[in-house]
Each structure stands twice: as structure tokens, then as C-alpha cells.
Design a protein around this ligand. Structure first.
Ligand code: NFS
Length: 656
């Protein structure tokens, strides 16, 4: 029988440990148990133990020895590259399809056909219109939005040329992309081409297969995801810092709890509106509840946390645990990262588990299909369904654990924060990096994975990076992880920050850990890096900047797509857990050396957090040296600054 790990080995989070004990008491299985009981297939998509090809039915072929080939003669290099390419295509498809739906919502909003939606951020609409080459003078916001949305939609079916967003990257990086042949033509075209190229009997040279994968990932990062972020901001507002809370303690014992889980902000934004309507609050009271509490999981949570401060019940591995509290009256899901185990856990309680996307139906769930044309009415029906279910609650167990956070750092806000409205600029950040007060920047992003201790790597790496004077930017479940341990509160994070970083943060008012949004918002990080390059002094393209991306607890194909487009964009990217291409030394080399030479960025898989930190700091220091910047010296700084700013910021956040 498989050995079950202790609660401490399963999660770093005390709230999760408490709920795991509760799950055991109730005899409910979670992903933590299933990960212990189901050993990962050692060859699966690929690992040091071998690789499996199931792209045709002569196999599946299982290659475990050097020089072995599949029935068609496919080598381990081809198989490892093909498997990775297909994962990247799936991840890119998921992000980009999310972008497509937002484009349709924007179009319907412009046409006055999307009930409840409006163009909330006209400034952002104008900024995106300028990027798209759309005229704004003398035109109504609806007119501009209609053209912007139509152009956005056309990027999916574009067959030739270059995706428009590409020309907004640093010039040198664009040239590298053109030389290496990875500029995406159209978002959908690149996904289709990877699927074609990896079909039996097609592309059979590892580097060439991976070039196709990079081109596809570029269509995500500099296409579908970037568009998703831009259009979400236009419709729902560009994030600015606001107070919120993260963890299961955000659920309320005496209110109707509605948990929204998945990725798209479309329905969740309408739910935010509906739960604040006086008639529905009154209706909840009529059922004996004190009010209605909306809480999120995964990236839907990030979307509503950064925009409205809606509490987050936690990251990926909290989805089952939230249900086990018995306090969730309805869990409403849209797309992505939704475990199939949820309906059966919901069935152990009174919880209504509701699927809403036309793309996602889950056996055992109640399907109430969402249609943006009647969004607000549908949101009201969903809220009523949850309220009607409140009186059916049985015993409730909610851990009294949640942490205050201040998320919402869009690149627009960072720009403003550093310079104020009259001289908004990245100059103070560039200067701080150049002087060595800030050693470099790390993006810690990505999932939880039950194969490792939940949040342990995120928490340890964020703490160590801060202590090494590294500014941390975050998105996705990594951001929610950091939030649980206090790193998204400026004052608390400063306690962990090294002297130079602390000095800069105290002087400029910038927190040392910046929560920038959901996983599609990794595109915001590309924009920040582009602006840092444009500001001057830190090289000519993203690969010159002392910056690293990492996903220490990754699990999804979307994470691989992000890793690929960040590497293509010039970033050094480190992934934890294990390597999906470990079966092939040649593919491992291509992702690092070949991509490094051609694009300036690379993708590496490492299994230990210590090694990840070591490589990240070594890369940052090497980039500093290449720019002729002073070597990082922890002892040089830390004697100025103004701590009172943080005392004030915390007080105002608490005052709400
Ligand atoms: Ni990203 Fe968001 Fe989380 Fe991983 Fe899933 S929620 S899109 S894939 S698990 S970070």
C-alpha cells in the first residue's frame, strides 16, 4: 500500500492542514490522497526514466533506453519534443480561447447586446486603440470598442504576416524572433500547425518541432493572453492596489457563501454585481443568512481580487478543501483547473456545484449555461440558487485563517506609482537596479502541485529572493500562495527584504512583492520588462535585464506555454517539480543552449528549490556584470528610507 504523507508534508498552509484533518475525519479523498496513492507514471509524457509516444495506434511506444526507437522509428528526441510541443499548444489554446471570449464580450458590449457590461476603462480603451492603430478622435467609446474588438477577433484567424502585438516588443527581440522564424502569424493558426506537425509522420527534428511550439506560445503571450488582459481591463477596469484577504478563513459561517472558480472574469464580474444588489441581500436575510459572501479560487479569484478586492478562498489545491468546510452554498465554475473530483465532494455536503461554460460540462454537476447577452439576469439566478440552498447547510468547519493582502499592481499602476501622474516612469526602478539597491527582478508564478508540499517552494523562494534584495512580481496561484504568508502586505514583506530593496521600497512606496493578476496577466510582466528596456540603462532587450521567471510548483500545460513564451521573449525561466523532457538530453540542451543563443532566454527544469535560487541569483549577477553594473553588495545600502509610509499604507488598507 502507498505511504500517505503527513499533513505537514502535504501543505505548508495551516488552513489546508486543518482541512486535510477534517477530510480524513469525514473519510473524503482529496488530490493530496490521490497523489500519494497514484504513483506518477515514470515515462508518461517523459522523465529521466523514459518517454511514451501515443500519437498513433502502432503504439503506444515506450522508450526507456538510449538509442531505442518507436515502431515508426521515432527517436526519444522526437518524442520528447513532440510531447512538449503538444502541451504548449494546449496551454496556448486555453489562454487564447479565454481571450477570444473576452473579445466577443467586448464586441457585444459595444453593440449594446451584453446585459450588465459596460466599457469601464475608457483610458485603457484609448491606449489599446492606439496600439491597434484605431482612430479615437471624435468617436464614441462604443464605436472605438467595436473596431478594437473586431481587430482582436481577426488576430485569431489571421493567416499571414505578423501578429500586431509583436511590434510592441523591444526591437532587438523582434529581430531575434524574425531570424529564428518564430513570429506568430495568427493565434489559431500556430496551435493548429503544432497539432499538424506533431501528427504521426510529420516534423521529426527536435529543434524544428520546438520552433513550432515557440511560435505557438508567442501567439499566446504576445497574442491571446495579452489581448485577454487588455480587453478585461477595458471591460472591468485596470487593476490598482486595494485591500483583500486570502485563505479559507474568508468563507463566512453566517452568510451565503458563493465560491467562483476557474479563469474567466466575465461571469464572475456579474456575480460581483449581483451579490451587492439590495434585493438579493434582503432575500438572503429572509433565509436566515447575514448577507452574501463571494469568494474565489484560482485565477477567477485573481481577476476579482485585483479589481474588486473579492476575498480569495485560496489557490489551486484549495478547491476541494473549500467544499469540505461544508460552508459553500454554491460553487460556480467556468473553465480550466477545475478538478473532476469536485461534484462528488460537493455531493457529500449540501453544496450546489454548477458548471456554466458551454465548453465545460462535468458529470454530476448542475449545468446552467452562461450567455453574455443575459449575463446579469443569469448571475441573479445563480445567486438565488445559492441563497435557496443556504437553509440546507449541515455542520460547518471553517479554519479561522486568512491573511490581509494588497494586490492589483498593473503595469499602468507601477508606472504611476513610481513617478506620480505628472512624471509616470520606470526610471526609479531602473535606477535602483543599476545602483545595485535592487539586485534584480524575479517573477514567481504558476500553480500548486500535490506531488510537492503545497506553497512550500513559493513561500521559501519569495522569502529568500526578498532577503537577497530581489524585487518579486507574481501572478496566478503563486501570488495567492505568497499572500497567505503575508508577503502581499508591504510592511510585512519589508521585514523579509534585504537592506537595498527595503530602502528603495521605503523611498518610492513600492511594495517588494507585486501581485500583478491572473495567469493570462503574465502578459503584464512582458509589458513591464519591455518598458524597463525602453526606459534605458538595462540593455537593449529583455534578455539583457537581470530578471528571471520561475514556476516552482507548476502542473498545467498553460504553465508550459507561459514558460515557452517567456523564454522566447528573452527571459531565463526555471520550472520546479521535474522535467517533462528529462528523457532526452538533447531536448533538454535545446531548451537551454540553443534557445539561449537564438533568443537570449532559456527554459530549464530543476528539482530543488535551493538549486532554483542558486541559478536565478547567478543569472541575475551575470546579467549585472554584462551590463557593467556594480556587483551586488548587500552591505552597501539600507541607511535611508521612510518606514512611516508603510505604517500609513497599512492603516489605510485596514480602515478600508
Ligand atoms: Ni495558472 Fe490559473 Fe493556478 Fe496553475 Fe491553474 S489557476 S491559469 S494553471 S493552477 S497557476
Amino acid at each position: 500500500m502507498a505511504k500517505l504523507r503527513s499533513a505537514e508534508e502535504r501543505s505548508r498552509d495551516p488552513a489546508a492542514r486543518e482541512m486535510l484533518a477534517r477530510a480524513a475525519e469525514l473519510g473524503i479523498q482529496t488530490a493530496f490522497d490521490r497523489a500519494d496513492m497514484m504513483a506518477a507514471c515514470p515515462i508518461g509524457v517523459g522523465s529521466s526514466a523514459g518517454a511514451c509516444c501515443k500519437n498513433c495506434f502502432m503504439g503506444p511506444c515506450r522508450l526507456t533506453k538510449d538509442g531505442q526507437v518507436g515502431v515508426c522509428g521515432a527517436t526519444i528526441e522526437t518524442i520528447a519534443a513532440r510531447n512538449l510541443a503538444r502541451s504548449i499548444a494546449a496551454g496556448s489554446a486555453a489562454h487564447s480561447d479565454h481571450g477570444r471570449d473576452l473579445a466577443f464580450t467586448l464586441l457585444a458590449t459595444a453593440d449594446g447586446k451584453a446585459q450588465g457590461y459596460e466599457i469601464r476603462d475608457v483610458e485603457k480603451l484609448h491606449a489599446v486603440a492606439r496600439k491597434f492603430g484605431v482612430k479615437t478622435d471624435g468617436r464614441s467609446k462604443e464605436d472605438i470598442a467595436r473596431e478594437v474588438a473586431t481587430l482582436g477577433l481577426s488576430m485569431f484567424g489571421q493567416q499571414e504576416g505578423e501578429l500586431m502585438y509583436i511590434k510592441h516588443a523591444p526591437r532587438k527581440q523582434q529581430e531575434r524572433w524574425r531570424r529564428y522564424g518564430i513570429v506568430p502569424r495568427g493565434i489559431d493558426r500556430e496551435v493548429v500547425e503544432v497539432m499538424h506537425r506533431t501528427h504521426m509522420g510529420d516534423d521529426q527534428q527536435a529543434e524544428h518541432i520546438l520552433k513550432g511550439a515557440l511560435r505557438c506560445a508567442m501567439g499566446d503571450g504576445w497574442g491571446g493572453s495579452m489581448l485577454a488582459t487588455d480587453f478585461s481591463d477595458i471591460l472591468f477596469g485596470t487593476p490598482r492596489p486595494r485591500a483583500g484577504r486570502v485563505n479559507l478563513g474568508g468563507l463566512k459561517g453566517d452568510e451565503v457563501n458563493i465560491v467562483i472558480h476557474g479563469h474567466e472574469p466575465t461571469l464572475s464580474q456579474m456575480l460581483v454585481r449581483a451579490v451587492n444588489e439590495p434585493e438579493l441581500i434582503e432575500y438572503a436575510r429572509s433565509k436566515g443568512a447575514r448577507g452574501i459572501n463571494l469568494a474565489g479560487i484560482c485565477c477567477t479569484s485573481n481577476e476579482t481580487l485585483v479589481r474588486q478586492g473579492v476575498p480569495s478562498a485560496g489557490n489551486f489545491l484549495h478547491q476541494e478543501l473549500a467544499l469540505i468546510t461544508g460552508a459553500v452554498d454554491a460553487m460556480i465554475v467556468d473553465v480550466q483547473c477545475i478538478m473532476q473530483a469536485l461534484p462528488s465532494i460537493a455531493g457529500r455536503f449540501h453544496t450546489k456545484f454548477i458548471t456554466t461554460s458551454p465548453k465545460v460540462v462535468i458529470e454530476g454537476g448542475l449545468h446552467m449555461e452562461f450567455d453574455e447577452h443575459h449575463a446579469l439576469d443569469q448571475a441573479r439566478v445563480l445567486v438565488r440558487t445559492a441563497i435557496d440552498n443556504y437553509p440546507n447547510r449541515g455542520p460547518v468547519h471553517i479554519p479561522d485563517i486568512a491573511e490581509d493582502v494588497i494586490p492589483g499592481f498593473s503595469h499602468e499602476y507601477i508606472n504611476y506609482m513610481l513617478g506620480g501622474s505628472y512624471r509616470a516612469s520606470f526610471r526609479p526602478l531602473n535606477d535602483a537596479i543599476m545602483s545595485g539597491r535592487i539586485r534584480g527582478v524575479v517573477a514567481d508564478v504558476g500553480c500548486n502541485n500535490p506531488r510537492t508540499t503545497q506553497d512550500k517552494s513559493h513561500e521559501w523562494l519569495v522569502r529568500e529572493l526578498l532577503g537577497n534584495d530581489v524585487l518579486v512580481v507574481q501572478t496566478g496561484c503563486g501570488a495567492l500562495a505568497a499572500g497567505k504568508y503575508g508577503y502581499l502586505l508591504p510592511e510585512a514583506a519589508l521585514e523579509a527584504a534585504g537592506p537595498g530593496l527595503r530602502e528603495v521600497c521605503e523611498a518610492t512606496g513600492m511594495p517588494p512583492v507585486l501581485h500583478m493578476g491572473s495567469c493570462v496577466d503574465n502578459s503584464r510582466i512582458l509589458t513591464v520588462l519591455t518598458q524597463v528596456v525602453a526606459e534605458g540603462g538595462l540593455g537593449e532587450d529583455i534578455s539583457d535585464v537581470p530578471a528571471v521567471g520561475m514556476a516552482p510548483e507548476w502542473m498545467s500545460e498553460k504553465a508550459l506555454a507561459i514558460g515557452a513564451y517567456c523564454a522566447a521573449s528573452g527571459a531565463y525561466v526555471l520550472f520546479g517539480i521535474d522535467s517533462p523532457v528529462g528523457a532526452s538530453a538533447e531536448v533538454t540542451r535545446i531548451l537551454s543552449e540553443t534557445w539561449g543563443q537564438a533568443l537570449g532566454g532559456k527554459l530549464e527544469f530543476v528539482t530543488s528549490d535551493e538549486e532554483m535560487l542558486k541559478r536565478a541569483l547567478a543569472h541575475i549577477d551575470a546579467k549585472r556584470a554584462a551590463l557593467n553594473l556594480p556587483a551586488y553588495d548587500a552591505g552597501r545600502f539600507g541607511r535611508s528610507g521612510d518606514l512611516t509610509y508603510y505604517t500609513r499604507m497599512k492603516e489605510s488598507a485596514i480602515a478600508g
